[in-house]
Write a protein that binds this ligand. Structure first.
Ligand code: ADP
Ligand code: MG
Length: 374
């Protein structure tokens, strides 16, 4: 196991800036997920850690060693790819131990390592099969076994579950999490799937266009997204963005005031949890109020009007445990995640309430978060 420090990594490919100064600092046993849309530079960064891609400038340090010019073979890392790349003619056992054998491990060492890994991954009954006789999930387990058997300093995963169907992806996610809990390895894991990031990571780096948008613990990124890109990328259904104007009510509290487009006289005034923050310079300006679907509830009958308002339900989408209710607020479609028992049919009016201590506020020009409450 090892620490990983990435300092100001830059990369150009074909004349384009692919990575624009990446910094990462991992402790022993951290599980970092590089999360971002396709093409944002995740694999390029991972390949630089692995040594499969050269570094234009900056430094990669594994443990206390700078590895910029160290051959991949000598970095003591193991990598698992989206394509399993198993040797088709070899048995599962041979696929797992082949690397050890090439490194000169004895038969007894190979057998012991195989037994350990096959136990961890629960693939003992498969050891004599060949890859063609395995399901996708089983192949992915074998590919992981091949990485685990080496007991490396650092594990690198590049979208290892993308080829699996949804159910298997969920199962393998749990498996990877359990392995990490048991082994305490340091892991860098690439995915475009925000659910994988939220469930697996101790730290997430959200990337866009070769730059890290936000780096932090998953819950922190979920609750306090640094900008609208991060806010919209994490969470499904996505965070709602409602245009509003910053106002002050009679008691001097800062409010997000939303104007309903169908009736410009209807204004919804929501008191913001600004604490001691001075937002006076922004009074009267346009802002974006961010609220997650689960931050909207059905208001109890007789609720006062701070944070609650009556609106007509547009669409109702049951998903089983929760029901998504879509309505129109400030010229935007807004989705609430409600308990089925709280839902009224489409076309009827209901009283909604925002959990105002969970909202985010964004500057529409920069798209950056406006901090409140400190
Ligand atoms: N050899 C190359 N030459 C030019 N551009 C490349 C090359 N390899 C990758 N790219 C570009 O670099 C960007 C990042 O690619 P990649 O790291 O694979 O993204 P991700 O893994 O996040 O989907 C993409 O826009 C891709 O088109
Ligand atoms: Mg990739």
């Amino acid at each position: 196991m090892a620490t990983l420090r990435i300092s100001d990594i830059r990369k150009k490919l074909g004349g384009n800036d692919i990575l624009n100064g990446i910094n990462v600092d991992l402790e022993d046993g951290d599980f970092l997920v590089l999360l971002g849309p396709s093409g944002c530079g995740k694999s390029t960064l991972l390949n630089m850690i692995a040594g499969l891609e050269t570094i234009d400038s900056g430094e990669v340090r594994i443990g206390d060693r700078v590895v910029n010019n160290v051959h991949p073979r000598d970095r003591d890392i193991a990598m698992v790819f989206q394509s399993y790349a198993l040797y088709p003619s070899m048995t599962v056992a041979k696929n797992i131990t082949f690397g050890l054998q090439r490194r000169g491990a004895s038969k007894a060492e190979q057998a012991a390592a195989l037994d350990h890994v096959a136990g961890l991954l629960q693939i003992k009954p498969l050891l004599n099969r060949r890859p063609a006789q395995l399901s996708g999930g089983q192949r992915q387990r074998v590919a992981m076994g091949r990485a685990l058997v080496r007991d490396p300093k650092l594990f690198l995963f590049d979208e290892p579950l993308s080829n699996l169907d949804a159910k298997l992806r969920g199962e393998m996610r749990t498996e990877i999490k359990r392995l990490h809990q048991r082994l305490g390895s340091t892991i860098v894991y690439v995915t475009h799937d925000q659910v994988e990031a939220m469930t697996l990571a101790s730290h997430v780096a959200v990337m866009k266009n070769g730059a890290i948008q936000q780096y932090g613990e998953p819950q922190q990124i979920y609750e306090r997204p640094a900008n609208m890109f991060v806010a919209g990328f994490i969470g499904a259904p996505a965070m709602n963005f409602v245009p509003c104007v910053l106002t002050q009510n009679e008691s001097g509290q800062y409010c997000a005031t939303i104007t309903q487009p169908d009736d410009l006289r209807t204004k919804i005034e929501l008191v913001l949890p600004t604490g001691n923050t001075d937002l006076s310079a922004r009074l009267g300006t346009d802002l974006i109020l961010g609220i997650r679907p689960e931050g909207i509830t059905r208001a109890p009958s007789g609720a006062d009007d701070t944070g609650s308002f009556d609106l007509v339900v547009d669409v109702v989408e049951p998903t089983g445990a929760d029901t998504m209710v879509v309505f129109n607020l400030g010229s935007k479609e807004v989705t609430a995640r409600l308990s089925p028992k709280d839902v009224v049919p489409a076309g009827q009016s209901m009283r909604f309430q925002f959990k105002m201590n969970e909202v985010s506020l964004f500057d529409p020009d920069t798209t950056n978060r406006i901090e409140m409450g400190e």
